[in-house]
Design a protein around this ligand. Structure first.
Ligand SMILES: C[S@@+](CC[C@H](N)C(=O)[O-])C[C@H]1O[C@@H](n2cnc3c(N)ncnc32)[C@H](O)[C@@H]1O
Length: 336
């Protein structure tokens, strides 16, 4: 078959916003879970989700054209290998992230990317007049959707992160900005001799007991609510920051590191679990999550050199970068 022309391929990329929104709709309606036991007709799917049958059909038809579902001749849809990753119980779930990025408040911020590029500022702040954390803190519905998306991203990466590093060498691991505890739960479950401390904003750690109990590690994990701009829990010999530093600009991330440095003793480790930006003209996809950071938070993904400089400013020395999984690396640092 002849390759589509450059113009046709570019048009597909330009229209990518429709694919993201269609995936958001399918994820929000839980279509993949409804197809988990086998194919279903669009009438049944519309009735189970309260959707308009014809409009739902058109969205699912487009997603089937993109390889997410398979459509048969009688408007019945089945999961494909890609669509299977939208299931809430997928091994590497993507559905809750899809259900987060299409939220109207996120979507309208993404529409301000040109403003970001013209000013270097956060598009979110330009559109909503505040930062994303403050915005969500007073909107519990959005906070829950975001925290679940984060938990899924951590569940997606947890096995690979746990396998890539010897967490069993530590006595007490503090997960700073650890969300609802998905990664810490996986680390503790794999390392029965290790104690944990989960630290995040109070409204976020409220969901943690369920996550930690499900992993059978609640009795080995202290849960602490607070702000890492004020203090972090003492007494750890390892401090994890997963997907935290990329949420903040250089000054803010440096401030978080200095707060950590104040309580981290000599000989302990700081472990940032982050994407590391690679050479020009190549994926990883972190070159796009970097744009998400710019829009949502005025923040950024970083190269290894940028991490080294950031750690130095925070009182740490970067020791090594351990590739883990799905583009995540474990960046190990020690107090300088
Ligand atoms: C991108 S999420 C990552 C969560 C978790 N580490 C993970 O990877 O799933 C960043 C986390 O930082 C937390 N956070 C934001 N501001 C905070 C603050 N001032 N103090 C403590 N945690 C904060 C958020 O609540 C959120 O859980």
């Amino acid at each position: 078959m002849q390759q589509p022309s450059a113009s046709a391929r570019l048009m597909g990329l330009v229209n990518g916003y429709l694919l993201s929104q269609a995936l958001y709709v399918a994820a929000t309606l839980g279509i993949a879970d409804l197809l988990a036991d086998g194919p279903s007709g669009v009438r049944e799917l519309a009735s189970k989700t309260g959707a308009h049958e014809e409009a739902l059909y058109r969205v699912l038809r487009a997603l089937a054209a993109a390889g997410i579902f398979h459509e048969d001749a009688s408007r019945r849809f089945a999961l494909t290998e890609l669509g299977d990753c939208l299931r809430s119980d997928a091994a590497e779930p993507v559905g809750r992230w899809a259900a987060n990025i299409g939220r109207p408040y996120v979507w309208s911020a993404a529409g301000a990317l040109l403003h970001c590029v013209q000013t270097g500022e956060s598009g979110f702040r330009h559109v909503h007049g505040t930062d994303a954390w403050t915005y969500r803190a007073s909107r519990p519905e959005e906070s829950v959707i975001f925290d679940r998306a984060m938990a899924d991203l951590s569940r997606r990466a947890a096995a690979g992160v746990v396998a890539a590093y010897s967490f069993g060498a530590f006595r007490r691991i503090v997960d700073v900005g650890g969300g609802s505890g998905m990664l810490l739960a996986a680390i503790l479950a794999a390392n029965p001799g290790v104690q944990g401390v989960l630290f995040d904003q109070s409204h976020v750690v409220a969901a943690a007991p369920t996550v930690l109990a499900a992993a059978g590690v609640l009795d080995r994990c202290e849960i602490v609510g607070g702000s890492f701009f004020e203090t972090v829990p003492t007494g750890g010999d390892a401090y994890i920051l997963k997907s935290v530093l990329h949420d903040w600009n250089t000054e803010e991330a440096g401030a978080i590191l200095r707060i950590c440095r104040a309580v981290i003793p000599a000989g302990a480790k700081l472990l940032a679990v982050e994407h590391v930006i690679g050479p020009p003209n190549e994926l990883p996809f972190s070159k796009f999550t970097d744009i998400n950071m710019l829009i949502m938070l005025g923040a950024q993904e970083r190269t290894e050199q940028q991490f080294a400089a950031l750690f130095a400013a925070g009182g740490f020395t970067l020791k090594k970068v351990v590739p883990a999984t799905l583009g995540y690396c474990i960046i190990e640092a020690e107090p300088s």
